[in-house]
Write a protein that binds this ligand. Structure first.
Ligand code: NAP
Ligand code: ZN
Length: 348
């Protein structure tokens, strides 16, 4: 086992601290990755603040990882030393259940292994990408296309796939009227991807303060949800609403914006329940749905799609020492549009 520098939460809701974590020795199918960048996802914050329930500490978050292959196990065939690679929210799954068989490892019936805070196959608790190196079984390592720099590619591993997968599943394309609620890490990827798929894209943000950015990212329209006129004027206007909000919102107001037969897909995952009155659904044969990241095959497809369409994350690169400040800014919706940690600073 190898000790590597990392940033981890020592206990629930505590600031992250510089520490060291253990990485296992390379097994035959393992890849050792020298991490270059790790994105900060709002899920990292929910997790270490206990929004989603208890965790084992210390816990190093981070599931938007890019870097370079430093070594491979004896039986690895998919990656070679020097390859530019990424790791997202999953590092293992059973590989045998119906969901794994069809490439949807995120819905593994036997429990997919998350990149951090999950019980790994060997019984240890996984530790995430806020660290210098990671060891991952080859099937869960993605290839980063040459057209994507490693820093702007990192957020694609979670924010990119989490928005790409539902947009594809709900057949978003030319003629689809899509609203993206929340212009944060996920939202700013959702806008770019929906636009590249040919949809008519509307951003529904709390204020108009990021309107220029939203339009530049590919939105056709931009409205403030703090203005009640927005909900009156957009009634029945959308086929798909992608909700990326990290907090509780009034579903009834948003469902009224769906046309007959429209779907509201929640990817934002606040710790508290969202209330729904079924009449909001019945009145327009509407659907309320959720979606969890994406499988490995689809994540590679998304990376290739982004490279082909010139899509990447808008980022602010920070040193590891700024992680706790970045968390506060994410919580205050003051992120444009993803913080990415420079992994060279974990040892500083
Ligand atoms: P983020 O960067 O903080 O973006 C969330 C955005 O939601 C904010 O930028 C803000 O947009 C809006 N918002 C925040 N508080 C709000 C409030 N009280 N009312 C209305 N809007 C509010 O977070 P993220 O990293 O994109 O993650 C978003 C959510 O998705 C989190 O809950 C995260 O855990 C979840 N997530 C889910 C999956 C999945 O697989 N389903 C994967 C990754 C993340 P405006 O300023 O534009 O209003
Ligand atoms: Zn995430």
């Amino acid at each position: 086992m190898t000790l590597v520098h990392a940033y981890a939460a020592p206990r629930e809701a505590a600031p992250l601290e510089k520490t060291t974590i253990e990485r296992r020795e390379l097994g035959p199918h393992d890849v050792l990755i020298d991490i270059a960048f790790a994105g900060i996802c709002h899920s990292d914050i929910h997790t270490v603040r206990g929004d989603w329930g208890g965790q084992q500490y210390p816990l190093a978050p981070g599931h938007e990882i890019t870097g370079t292959v430093a070594a491979i196990g004896s039986d690895v065939t998919k990656h070679a030393v020097g390859d530019r690679v990424g790791v997202g929210c999953l590092v293992n799954s059973c590989g045998e259940c119906r969901n794994c068989q069809r490439g949807e490892e995120q819905y593994c019936s036997n429990g997919a292994v998350g990149t951090y805070g999950a019980v790994d196959r060997d019984g240890t608790i996984t530790q995430g990408g806020y660290s210098e190196k990671v060891v991952v079984t080859e099937d869960f390592v993605l290839r980063i296309p040459d057209a994507l720099a490693l820093d702007v590619a990192a957020p694609l591993l979670c924010a990119g796939i989490t928005t790409y997968s539902p947009l594809r599943h709900w057949n978003v394309g030319p003629g689809t009227r899509v609203a993206v609620v929340g212009l944060g890490g996920l939202g700013h990827m959702g806008v770019q991807i929906a636009h590249a798929l040919g949809a008519e894209v509307t951003v529904l943000s709390q204020t108009l303060s990021k309107k220029d950015d939203g339009l530049r990212l590919g939105a056709d329209h931009y409205y403030a949800t703090s203005d009640s006129e927005t909900f009156r004027s957009l009634r029945g206007s959308f086929d798909v609403i992608l909700n990326t909000v990290s907090a509780v919102i009034d579903l009834r107001a948003y469902l009224s914006l769906l046309d007959v037969g429209g779907s509201m897909v929640c990817v934002g995952a606040p710790g508290e329940p969202l209330a729904v009155n079924v009449s909001s659904l019945i009145g327009g044969r509407r659907s309320l749905a959720g979606s969890n990241i994406g499988g490995i095959r689809e994540t590679q497809e998304m990376l290739d799609f982004c490279a082909e369409h010139g899509i990447a994350a808008q980022i602010e690169v920070i040193p590891a020492s700024a992680i706790n400040d970045a968390y506060e800014r994410v919580l205050a919706s003051d992120v444009r549009y993803r913080f990415v940690i420079d992994a060279a600073t974990f040892a500083d």
